[in-house]
Design a protein around this ligand. Sequence first.
Ligand code: APR
Ligand code: ZN
Length: 268
Amino acid sequence: MDVLNPTEKENVKKAAELLLSSKHAIVLTGAGISTESGIPDFRGKDGIWKKYPVETYGTLKSLLTNPSKFWKMAEDIAPTLFNAKPNPGHYAITYLEKMNIIKAIITQNIDGLHQKAGSIIVYEVHGNINRFTCLGCGASYSKDVILQKTKKEKSLLPVCDSCASPLKPSVVLFGENLPNFEKYMSIDLAKKTDIMLIAGSSLEVAPICDLPIYTLNQGGKLIIINDEPTYLDERSDIVINQKTGIVLPLIVEEIKKIKALNGSKTQN
Ligand code: APR
Ligand code: ZN
């Protein structure tokens, strides 16, 4: 805990206690949880949208009007995304799920690192990078087929076999709707939860940035771990402005300590 100041240490303890007292805690993650795995976030200091402005690269319109530009960005980012490994923050969340302290993970991330870390109940509200969709006929392709295609055709712009329209990764771009199942499940979870642990999100993108409001409106509490302030800090029970890869494992350690102490108390 030496990297943390006394207030942060105290907040780690409080977060552990709050999570242990919860009945239906859930986690909401954003790109910040994966930066310690080498994947840049979007709005942090080295965020993707700084190198690739969102209006030119991140919208459905930009993909439709200039698909090869989009694919250039994808080609730049893809090796990092596909080769990344989970970091201690992801593993701590998996551990909380295994201990049955958290019941589900809602993630805005498309990197699949929660699943790689062994987490089971993960709602990917912004899709993932493992499938591709044809913008013309809706056909779905696996990532491996696309990689073969781009290698074979030596082109940056993969197109559909049956209708020759451009293919896009099954990730949600600005101007697109969220996948229905994940959207409604996450709203339902946010309404039911007593504690939402938010890790590594600027909470700037709708509709996901509204999920914690459902939780607050139903009397639930928020714990925020993010290295920068967010618009919900004032309404949160606990805010820790530190790295998720440091804080989440410390919360797990603290939970283990409390459980061990309670176990030894009941034995006496
Ligand atoms: N620990 C804690 N916080 C971190 C860390 C870290 N190791 N690394 C970065 N952060 C913080 C950043 O300072 C920033 O506040 O995490 C936050 C990440 O915010 P965004 O980059 O906005 O990512 P996210 O909230 O997931 O964005 C939502 O926006 O562009 C879209 O579709 C994209 O899913 C994404 C959505
Ligand atoms: Zn097609």
